[in-house]
Design a protein. Structure first.
Length: 135
């Protein structure tokens, strides 16, 4: 009886650790450094598209200034502790197509990196399957 249990245990352990090829490929695509790098570049390119589009938006800035230190002969100049608040606004009225060109360039770059993600994934799958079949 003890032999049968140990025999069953050995075969069950092998089946527990055996993973199907699709699961191994999925894990390889998630954790492969080249695919992760390509994904990060694609994400960065998408954010650069949004950054280029944001050049059309107005910019409002709140400012504040205060005299931190000064050196004068007379002490009555040091009495002012006021903070001078301010608001500044900027709006791009005419860019002669520069913003649209930047958006178009950024969109092309994002598309390029999308294809780089696919290419890195395909290369990872090809090398992984080659190693899997050799083993």
């Amino acid at each position: 009886m003890k032999r049968i249990l140990s025999f069953c245990f050995l075969f069950s352990v092998h089946n527990v650790f055996a993973s199907p090829l699709p699961a191994l490929l999925r894990d390889a695509l998630i954790h492969d450094p080249s695919v992760m790098e390509a994904r990060a570049e694609a994400t960065s390119a998408r954010s650069r598209v949004e950054q280029a589009r944001s050049a059309h938006w107005p910019v409002v800035t709140a400012t504040g200034s205060k005299l931190l230190s000064q050196s004068h002969r007379y002490d009555y100049d040091y009495d002012s502790e006021d903070i001078l608040p301010g608001i500044r606004g900027e709006m791009n009225i005419f860019a002669s197509g520069a913003i649209e060109a930047d958006v178009s360039r950024s969109e092309s770059e994002a598309e390029y990196y999308r294809y780089k993600v696919d290419e890195a994934g395909e290369e990872t799958i090809r090398s992984f399957v080659s190693l899997y079949l050799d083993a």
